[in-house]
Design a protein around this ligand. Sequence first.
Ligand SMILES: C[S@@+](CC[C@H](N)C(=O)[O-])C[C@H]1O[C@@H](n2cnc3c(N)ncnc32)[C@H](O)[C@@H]1O
Length: 197
Amino acid sequence: MTSREKSHAPVGDRGAVYSPAKDTLLLIDAVQEYAGERVLEIGVGSGAVIVELAARFGSAVGVDVDPAAVKMAKDRVASRGGVDFVCGDSARSFREGVFDLVVFNPPYLPSSGVEDKAVDGGRGGVEVSEAWFQDASRCLQRDGRIVFLVSSLSDAEDMLRYVKGLGFETRLLKQVRFFFEELSAVEARRCLSVASI
Ligand SMILES: C[S@@+](CC[C@H](N)C(=O)[O-])C[C@H]1O[C@@H](n2cnc3c(N)ncnc32)[C@H](O)[C@@H]1O
């Protein structure tokens, strides 16, 4: 048993919006301590995470490449409001240095290509995560934070090396173990030299 199965959608329903699962709950748990001005969630899915964050941030944005996910997330927050949604690829459409927090629960199952965008993470399961992290770092404020999930089913070491290579330091926020998998919520922030503060 893992937090996420390849067949997360019922048979015959492949390509369905990702249903909140144990990984979603871990991310919700990990972001409880954050509050601020502007938050972005990449890969918003059904909206379960961004709706929690919206209550503690001045403005909240959720982006997803899947129009059906954007619609479902919009419907989820309809009664509360306070979240803007964008249908698009990762954080590419945002200006530099805008958000104080960016969060994501990426597709992280190792795959030769990306057939199911909800779960296929590409080579080593971290190709998509690395691209998202780079996009997130571009639209992050200088002293902002990126919170993301990483799974032992993927090449987690490679992901953490990549993050450090971009000049970030990491902190483990939460970790859960399943029968075949360990799932971690990690916070990354830029290593700022005294001269740059
Ligand atoms: C594992 S699901 C996470 C959904 C939700 N955040 C949660 O925790 O339940 C990953 C989400 O990323 C979306 N996604 C995949 N590729 C994307 C891309 N290039 N840009 C934006 N969203 C993408 C998928 O459609 C899916 O909704």
